[in-house]
Design a protein around this ligand. Structure first.
Ligand code: HXC
Ligand code: NAP
Length: 298
């Protein structure tokens, strides 16, 4: 991404300090780059230390500024606390948090085990809440303002067949957004969310579209006839942290070309898959999981 892909004025986010969970890859990475290009200090976390280091190096090499990688598994509350201690002692309170880290895979719900459900809900539902709670406690104790943006999906409105643990967890974060916007609004801590449609990333496509490549540029059934472009997502995320957007609170904003209004749940068509198609999807997904596990440092 370049500065020209962003619609905002120079230095818009100067003085801001924003943590993006799962900021080493995909949508998290493009938001990190957008915030950095507009002057924010950026912290990115994830489980794979090497991936985070590489991203931080790439982004600072390209644009200068400050992008700090911290290996942290957000399923572990103590690890979150240690990460936030490190962030706070590195220059003061965060001004913003993006709950972006997630796990997901397509599966028939009857094929799930409790561990399969927890593999997703422990990251998305519990992990995102733990990070939010720890940041919130710090902001409240110090009387500091804060802004939280959670990355959801449009399934929070019309369901996510074949991705039920993800849809349930994201719906929980949607209600967290609405609830805390009211509860912590008086403390000047704002909550909003973004519900993206399909933005081809390696992480998502390996698990949700395992038989096609991320190069796919059209989206059948999408009213705009295409998938999302990464800078479009970055621009929306920047807006929600920018001075001037403070009165926006408790909102979940879709960025999907109106796909969810047009098509209902994204994986409905998988009702037609055969046992063999499910078996080959599962094998492809587990291959991707295994490759990622090998790189984890925490
Ligand atoms: C059924 C499956 C499965 C599959 C795993 N499991 N894959 N069950 N179908 N395809 C089950 C396993 O059998 C096991 O249960 C349990 O899940 C844990 O599996 P592990 O492989 O040990 O999990 P782990 O290595 O911890 O991996 C976690 C993960 C993985 C969530 C499964 O995918 C991950 O770490 N992902 C992070 C990145 C990611 O997912 N990015 C995509 C986000 S995209 P048993 O009982 O058998 O032991 C996204 C987009 C949404 O959210 C919107 C798009 C439009
Ligand atoms: P991605 O690249 O796989 O991003 C997921 C990130 O979460 C990875 O960087 C991963 O890093 C991190 N993560 C997973 N478990 C973690 C844990 N326990 N602790 C810390 N970090 C963890 O996929 P993406 O497509 O960019 O997705 C980003 C967000 O957008 C997700 O919330 C997803 O649900 C949402 N979304 C994406 C799309 C899309 O089309 N791409 C559409 C709608 C919503 P590690 O593996 O190193 O931990």
């Amino acid at each position: 991404m370049t500065r020209d892909d962003l619609m905002f004025k120079e230095g818009l986010l100067k003085g801001q300090r924003i943590l993006i969970t799962g900021g080493g890859t995909g949508l998290g990475k493009v938001m990190a780059e957008g915030f950095q290009l507009l002057g924010a200090e950026v912290y990115i976390c994830g489980r794979r230390g090497g991936v985070l280091e590489e991203t931080a190096k790439e982004l600072t090499g390209a644009h200068g500024g400050k992008v700090v990688p911290i290996a942290c598994d957000i399923r572990v509350p103590e690890a979150i606390s240690e990460m936030l201690d490190q962030v706070w002692s590195d220059g003061g309170a965060l001004t913003g948090l993006v709950n972006n880290a997630a796990g997901n895979f397509i599966s028939r719900t009857e094929d799930l085990t409790p561990r399969g459900f927890e593999a997703i809900s422990n990251i998305v539902f519990r992990g995102s809440f733990f990070v939010t709670l720890d940041c919130g406690k710090r902001w409240i104790a110090e009387g500091k303002p804060g802004a939280v943006t959670s990355i959801l999906t449009t399934w929070v409105w019309n369901g996510g067949p074949f991705t039920v643990p993800s849809a349930m967890s994201k719906a929980g974060l949607n209600i967290m957004t609405q609830s805390l916007a009211v509860e912590w609004g008086p403390k000047n801590i704002r909550f909003n969310a973004i519900a993206p449609g399909p933005f081809p990333t390696e992480g998502a496509w390996a698990r949700l579209n395992p038989t096609s490549s991320t190069g796919e540029s059209s989206a059948p059934g999408n009213p705009m006839g295409r998938v999302g472009h990464m800078p479009e997502l970055a621009n929306l995320a920047i807006y929600l942290f920018a001075p001037g957007s403070e009165y926006v609170n408790g909102q979940t904003i879709a960025i999907d070309g109106a796909a969810h209004q047009a098509g209902g749940g994204g994986f409905s068509r998988l009702r037609e898959w055969t046992d063999e198609q499910w078996e080959s999807a599962r094998t492809a997904i587990q291959g991707a999981n295994q490759r990622d596990r090998a790189k984890r440092t925490v």
